[in-house]
Design a protein around this ligand. Structure first.
Ligand code: NI
Length: 174
């Protein structure tokens, strides 16, 4: 396995629309293992998307099972070609991103979503997600379309916050 470099703003590759995965082969499994290793080595990332390491393919990993406050979640998910097919409600919440390490921001997202996806073997699945997990998923799927959370702020003046320390474990430094 290998640690991959995480691209950061303003790398133009973060703005690309990623391609569908069509080959569910050994190369895909190896890349997913590397992506997972990179996610776990990073500072408390609940999610990571392939374009963040320079691979323009529709692959996302999320895991909302380890948040400090327990939230409804499906545990560790490797999502290939994920597609949001239903949205319901909306709420404002704070987000951060490995590719935007110096800031957090308030973003409006759907409260509940329905997701259609494949797994690393190409099998099809559907999930219903709510709250924090739904937010994380929407954030990661945005990466597949070249969109960062800072592109979704209502106002940079009131909704963008400088981050002091991006600390492992997600604890805020006082
Ligand atoms: Ni992100």
């Amino acid at each position: 396995m290998a640690m991959l470099e995480i691209l950061k703003l303003p790398d133009p590759r973060l703005k690309e629309v990623a391609q569908d995965v069509t080959q569910f082969d050994e190369g895909l499994q190896q890349f997913i293992a590397d992506l997972e290793e990179t996610r776990q080595a990073g500072p408390a990332a609940v999610g990571i998307a392939a374009p963040q390491v320079g691979r323009s393919q529709r692959i996302v990993i999320i895991d909302c099972s380890t948040t400090r406050k327990p939230v409804p979640n499906h545990g560790h998910l490797i999502l290939v070609n994920p597609e949001i097919i239903e949205w319901d409600g909306f709420e404002l919440g704070r987000e951060g991103c490995l590719s935007v390490p110096d800031y957090t921001g308030n973003v409006i997202r759907a409260e509940r979503i329905k997701l259609r996806t494949q797994d690393p073997q190409g099998e099809h699945h559907e999930y219903e997600m709510e709250g924090y997990e739904a937010r994380a998923l929407q954030h990661e799927v945005d990466h597949l379309d070249g969109i960062l959370f800072i592109d979704r702020l209502v106002s940079r003046r009131t909704d963008l916050f400088q981050r002091k320390v991006y600390q492992k474990g997600g604890k805020k430094k006082k």
